[in-house]
Write a protein of this length. Structure first.
Length: 273
């Protein structure tokens, strides 16, 4: 499924790159990073907004971030944990040093953020999931759930190991999620009855928007903790409270383009700090 959200430009004052401390990346020593590739500069790229480029005439040229959800046939993960893993994997990749200036993922990532932000969620099991780990990206585990966000690219160039994965059949039943833990909460509009694949793309959008709307230091602190968040379904009362948070400037909302499952312009997820 291909999802997008419209361009947005959260206002933020960025410090000069020279004022930012050089950071320890924790990424493989196989790649070296320039002095300009800092958390500050990567956050600035994320916070500047998305979109602007026209859709290509050839569908194969559409740019998308693949999301791979580990959904075993037996003993599937909790829906809430799977969606949290997808949200955290997305924002982790978006601020990974490898997307920074001069790094290996930079061109693919910035080309994608200059277009409509689309994600495609697919299901993997067993050997398929193991094979997906060899495709460039970031895997996050939450409880018994795992999700992998892959480096964006042309739909027509999708790695065969990912292309063969099933897009449909990614649903898992809702669980009785506990009250949200400390940290941001991504409220999903339960009335839309989205499949877990659709919801995974939407919470991925939400985690990106939320990171971009934070100050650099707020986002750095969130990153240092591993981007913890809770993903919970919102009943009508909770959804109304979340909308109040958006109106008060304390939350960000994802509005879907309506290519799949929901009507164009539907607000699907609200991320509250």
């Amino acid at each position: 499924m291909i999802d997008e959200y419209p361009a947005g430009n959260p206002e933020i004052v960025h410090p000069e790159v020279g004022d930012a401390p050089r950071e320890v990346t924790g990424v493989s020593d196989a790649e070296e990073f320039s002095a300009d590739n800092t958390f500050y500069s990567r956050h600035a790229e994320l916070a500047r907004g998305y979109g602007g480029a026209e859709d290509p005439s050839d569908p194969a040229d559409v740019l998308a971030m693949p999301l791979v959800l580990h959904i075993p046939k037996t003993d599937p993960p909790l829906r809430s944990e799977l969606l949290e893993a997808a949200a955290r994997a997305t924002v982790t990749l978006c601020l990974d040093p490898r997307v920074g200036s001069g790094a290996s993922w930079h061109d693919a990532f910035t080309e994608w953020t200059s277009a409509r932000i689309r994600k495609v969620a697919r299901r993997a099991r067993g050997a398929q999931w193991a094979a997906a780990q060899d495709v460039p990206g970031v895997t996050v585990e939450v409880g018994g759930a795992s999700a992998r966000a892959l480096v964006p690219g042309r739909v027509g160039d999708l790695d065969p190991r990912i292309k063969r994965l099933q897009i449909g059949g990614t649903d898992v039943p809702s669980d009785e999620a506990l009250s949200p833990a400390a940290g941001p909460v991504l409220w999903v509009d339960a009335s839309l009855s989205m499949t877990v694949g659709k919801a995974a793309a939407q919470v991925g959008h939400a985690s990106m928007l939320l990171a971009g709307a934070m100050s650099v230091e707020e986002c750095r602190e969130w990153a240092s903790a591993g981007y913890p968040c809770s993903v919970r379904p919102a009943d009508p009362q909770q959804w109304a409270r979340a909308l109040d948070e958006v109106r008060g400037g304390r939350a960000v909302a994802v509005r879907d383009a309506g290519f799949t499952e929901v009507a164009p312009g539907s607000t699907t997820v609200i991320a509250v700090r």
